[in-house]
Design a protein around this ligand. Sequence first.
Ligand SMILES: NC(=O)c1ccc[n+]([C@@H]2O[C@H](COP(=O)([O-])OP(=O)(O)OC[C@H]3O[C@@H](n4cnc5c(N)ncnc54)[C@H](OP(=O)(O)O)[C@@H]3O)[C@@H](O)[C@H]2O)c1
Length: 288
Amino acid sequence: MLNSHSILVIGGTGMLGEPVARSLCADGYQVRVFTRTPDKSRAKFGVDYEIVAGNIEDRLSLDAALKGCWGVHINLDGGADPDLERRGVENIAHSAVKAGIERISYISGASVREENCWFEGTRAKFQAEAAIRASGVPYMIFKPSFFMESLPRYVRGKRASVIGKQAHPWYWVAARDYARMVSKAYATPEAVNKDLFIQGPEAYTMLEALKKYCAIVHPDTTVSSLPLWVAAMIARLARQKELQNALPFFRYTEKVREEGNSKETNALLGAPTTTLGQWCKLQVGKEQ
Ligand SMILES: NC(=O)c1ccc[n+]([C@@H]2O[C@H](COP(=O)([O-])OP(=O)(O)OC[C@H]3O[C@@H](n4cnc5c(N)ncnc54)[C@H](OP(=O)(O)O)[C@@H]3O)[C@@H](O)[C@H]2O)c1
């Protein structure tokens, strides 16, 4: 398909931004990747992509990057500074209005609702969504479940652990299915001004998903579930900053559950098809 529309992908270097950038490019869009590290990104993406340097905290760099674009896809993660996502999206929405952008899409999350805003990361996303809706630019807000691509993060050496009770099932989705759906949404006028819940074909609790992943990809790994208080003690005694930083997320996911319904998204964009087993088999060899 030939497509003259340019789409700026903010966070196009990210784990979930890159597959979207590649899917849009494969569908014929002119893709511009916005990044703080342009040299690294040029090496990663090659000549089919335009790379622009910028920072979402710098409105001038956003104004320049959005010039001539038809759409903008936002894929952000503030890491230790969750509010970065709110500040960044507010800046992007402001610049998008000025630039006359006609589509704005954003990766939020399945549990982003007002009652869950006690968690800082969710509050930032909730406020980011509000900024997009208030901008008046036609939008698509994606609310995906957990991504299969995050499972490797639970593995450390020969041990893999889920922290906390994590009793609720989630519809794990593969990034390639999500990326295809984002690109399709850009060509689907009925997807505009909607919250689009994205759920994979099967539901598993975190522990079930991790066990399945390790059985196929890391068969010599021991999988266990650690109570939150034990993980907190290990983090403190062993001065494990990464584990310490991860604890609020696990406290959050212990409490919330997936309540969105993906029926409308699937009818508009085609349902995700990759099962966890299929995805895991594709990882064998890649991760070793
Ligand atoms: N993992 C899951 O299961 C899951 C489920 C639902 C939703 N999500 C959401 O998906 C989102 C994206 O996740 P991800 O894994 O793709 O994150 P990631 O790999 O950490 O990527 C984050 C991106 O943000 C960009 N970025 C950060 N600060 C920036 C700044 N100041 N200016 C410009 N760009 C900046 C980075 O670009 P550069 O470094 O190139 O500048 C990078 O490409 C997150 O908000 C996450 O909550 C994840």
